[in-house]
Design a protein around this ligand. Structure first.
Ligand SMILES: *Cc1c(COP(=O)(O)O)cnc(C)c1O
Length: 336
């Protein structure tokens, strides 16, 4: 595969840091834990969507787009990062925000990511929970095109075969970085949601024949549906890259036991994981994705399902701005 065949814009310096978490590893008495700092992708406080946007905005520019349409939940990190990158390239961004969680919480509805969306001048429209948001975004794109606007529609989470190239590239970057540091990786752990990050990693690792497994920790769907979504996108991405032979279904593994009551609904494990990493290492996770993924990894370590003799890389996908959308919950959790 040859990524330079695809249009790209450059948004942040690579490689993102790969750091050893000595205090955190010691506190768990478990494996050697490393963290890949994709929360440090610079734009708009960083996060994993910036990597995808290098390729998505690259394609949008190649097509002459002047207006980006995308969608997400009210506290979407993806929308915040897309809104910022669009401005950087002089494009207007319209975001459809889904009321995916029923809440009247002022912070959830106004602070964190939404506040930043507004600072970036993003045009926001709201939709009720449960509607087909990608279909709504396509409809909005059509509406703009009918008015003569060159609109480019980015699906939720930037998760299609173009956005997934960001994590194909990240897989190559991580393996090169690990080789240079003489770090033998036994397992990569990441949050998995709209699937682009997980799928891109699997394709990238397969493409360089790394033979390093990825464990995705789900934040929304049950395991069978999450794995099917990731595998479908991995196959489409591999095909787009011209890889032959497909992606083995067994290469896609998700654990969806740490979702709790639903997407974006906080769990005790998340609050504990966020506090633990903050206090052991001075690193901030987020309440919706990386906090739940870390809660899962901690539990799997404590149960011995991730062995104490392993070397694990946790992919930090960003999102700390979302903490401010959950102020009340976190304050209560810290008092407990
Ligand atoms: C979007 C997001 C994820 C999930 O990535 P997907 O590619 O959607 O699976 C994980 N962590 C954070 C902080 C995110 O914003």
């Amino acid at each position: 595969m040859h990524l330079a065949r695809f249009p790209r814009v450059r948004l942040f310096p690579t490689p993102t840091p790969l750091e050893k978490l000595d205090n955190f590893s010691r506190a768990l008495g478990g494996p050697e834990i490393w963290i890949k700092r994709d929360d440090c992708t610079v734009v708009a406080t960083g996060g994993n969507k910036v990597r995808k946007l290098e390729w998505l905005i690259g394609e949008a520019r190649a097509l002459g787009a002047t207006h980006i349409v995308t969608q997400g939940a009210v506290q979407s990190n993806h929308v915040r990062q897309t809104a910022a990158v669009a401005r950087r390239f002089g494009m207007t961004c319209t975001a459809l925000l889904e009321h995916r969680i029923e809440t009247n919480d002022r912070d959830y509805l106004n602070s964190g990511n939404v506040l930043l969306d507004k600072l970036f001048g993003c045009l926001i429209e709201y939709r009720p929970g449960g509607v087909d948001m990608n279909a709504e975004a396509e409809k909005k794109g059509e509406e703009l095109r009918a008015q003569g606007v060159n609109a480019y529609v980015i699906p939720g989470g930037g998760s299609n075969r173009v956005g997934a190239l960001g994590y194909v590239s990240c897989a190559q970057e991580l393996m090169q970085q690990a080789d240079e540091m003489d770090l033998k990786i036994d397992l990569i752990v990441t949050a998995t949601g709209s699937a682009g990050t997980h799928a891109g990693l699997v394709v990238g690792l397969h493409g360089v024949n790394a033979q390093v497994p990825v464990l995705g920790i789900g934040v929304r769907l049950p395991k069978d549906r999450q794995e099917a979504n990731v595998h479908r996108l991995a196959e489409a991405t591999a095909d787009y890259l011209g890889m032959t032979g497909g992606i083995p279904r067994e290469a896609v593994v998700a654990n969806c036991d740490y979702v709790g009551a639903g997407y974006g609904i906080p769990t005790e494990g998340m609050a504990n994981a966020v506090q633990m990493l903050a206090r052991e290492e001075g690193i901030l996770l987020d309440p919706v994705y990386s906090g739940k993924a870390m809660a899962g990894m901690i539990d799997l370590i404590r149960r011995g399902e991730i062995g104490a003799d392993k070397r694990v890389v946790f992919l930090h996908t960003g999102g700390a701005v979302g903490l401010f959308g959950y102020t009340g919950y976190l304050e209560t959790a810290m008092e407990a």
